[in-house]
Design a protein around this ligand. Structure first.
Ligand SMILES: [Zn+2]
Length: 274
């Protein structure tokens, strides 16, 4: 492939990972790509699949641009170089999404996460929690890569525009959840931060008085950042996360809504009038 000496030969995968804006990617091991099982179903998603695969693996691939093409194949069947480069990138990205949820891939991504290569959460209370890349969907060509913060459960756009043409599907929806499952230390780090926020009584204040949540200028959407504390709250949280209530259950729920009404005195006074 390369006419130069062995010294200046850089494998395709390494070239790809060194490209500008490709620093979220980890190099996929050759064995992973050579295992057909890992590539199941990709041939229908990537044009010129075989040629793209050979490109990634650094095999000789004929393109329509090659003048030296001896003509054993019809030139019309061959991709041109630009098309082939695009297919190879797409194929690499789709394999990447599968690789980073395998054990070696998770480990490689975890060390990048540990070194804070994906950046930190911009939210003050997350105290510089490291972010992890993810996709909003597993289908390529839909959305660009996003960054997930395990502490506030929010998703952010990368701070640099260099990542704005990286497909989110190359990281996928499964990766963040699996990384947290595999490395409980991440959850521990989040817990430390959440406990710290729960302890300090920050929030909007007027002359030392808290502003009521119901007020127009109050801290709306506070519930978005709330975490279950007691076992009862945890149970409630789990049930609302994992199961959709059936219609008769919902009716029951409506009847006995007894929300905890602590320090809501200001509100009751205001609404009942004096
Ligand atoms: Zn955060």
């Amino acid at each position: 492939m390369s006419s130069g000496g062995e010294d200046d030969y850089v494998p395709w995968i390494q070239q790809f990972c060194n490209l500008f804006g490709h620093d979220y990617f980890v190099p996929i091991s050759q064995e992973f790509i050579e295992d057909d099982f890992n590539l199941t179903g990709l041939s229908s998603q990537v044009p010129y699949y075989r040629e793209a695969l050979y490109t990634i693996l650094d095999y000789q691939v004929d393109t329509a641009d090659d003048s030296s093409n001896s003509g054993s194949k019809n030139k019309g069947d061959l991709p041109n170089k630009a098309l082939l480069a695009h297919s190879a990138e797409l194929l690499y990205g789709l394999i990447h999404a599968r690789y980073i949820i395998s054990k070696p891939g998770l480990t490689a991504m975890a060390s990048k996460f540990e070194r804070n290569e994906f950046g930190s959460c911009p939210r003050l209370h997350c105290d510089g929690m490291h972010l992890m890349p993810c996709g909003a969907t597993d289908l390529p060509g839909q959305e660009t890569v996003r960054l997930y913060c395990p502490c506030c459960n929010d998703i952010y756009l990368p701070s640099s525009s260099r990542y704005l043409n990286i497909d989110g599907a190359f990281f996928g929806t499964t990766f963040p959840g699996l990384l947290i499952r595999m490395f409980p230390e991440i959850e521990h780090q989040c817990k430390l931060r959440i406990d710290k926020v729960n302890q300090d009584e920050s929030g909007l204040r007027l002359f030392g008085f808290k502003v009521n949540e119901m007020s127009a200028s109050g801290p709306r959407m506070k519930w978005l950042r709330m975490h279950p504390k007691s076992t009862e709250q945890k149970k409630e949280f789990d049930s609302c996360q994992l199961t959709l209530p059936s219609s008769d259950e919902m009716e029951e729920e409506d009847d006995d809504v007894d929300e905890e009404q602590d320090d809501d005195d200001d509100n009751t006074m205001a609404s009942s009038g004096s």
